[in-house]
Design a protein around this ligand. Structure first.
Ligand SMILES: [Zn+2]
Length: 151
């Protein structure tokens, strides 16, 4: 007996964990289905020498979209850098998630650049955060079809 009887198409879905697989932080997953590649989340980790997910695979994979599931820093704090590796990809998120990520990233810049800095070097620049927020805003203003998630 077939697992998917009838006309339901079977597609191979490949998930590659770029970060967050063995510890909390740097959550980032590359999802490939058919000819589509989507990066889900892009966080930072708080321990270890590299705060970002492993982005090497993104250099050879054209990414169609970046999907942000929620605004926790371990899931979104690396987005300005990750987006550089996903050139041209829209960022999809709900409006509340997008709003909170914008606040958190700008606050992180203030903390990292201020006199009482908590980290040695900022992971990203103000320009990278502004670019991310512009892409999110443009994606949210796109008309979407009935039945879509409204991301
Ligand atoms: Zn989370």
């Amino acid at each position: 007996m077939a697992l998917f009887p009838g006309s339901v198409a079977r597609l191979l879905c490949r998930l590659t964990l770029l970060g967050g697989a063995s510890a909390i932080g740097a959550s980032c997953t590359l999802v490939r289905v058919g000819g589509t590649a989507i990066v889900v989340d892009g966080g930072v980790r708080y321990a270890g020498s590299n705060p970002l997910p492993d982005l090497a695979l993104l250099a050879e994979t054209p990414v169609d979209a970046v999907l942000l599931t929620h605004p926790h820093t371990d899931d979104s704090g690396g987005l300005p850098v990750i987006l550089e590796a996903c050139l041209g990809a829209p960022v999809l998120a709900t409006p509340p998630t997008s709003d909170l990520v914008g606040i958190l990233l700008q606050d992180a810049l203030r903390m990292r650049n201020g006199p009482d800095r908590e980290a040695e070097l900022p992971l990203y620049s103000e320009r990278q955060v502004e670019r991310l927020l512009l892409i999110e805003e443009a994606a949210m203003n796109q008309p979407h079809s009935e039945g879509s998630a409204g991301a």
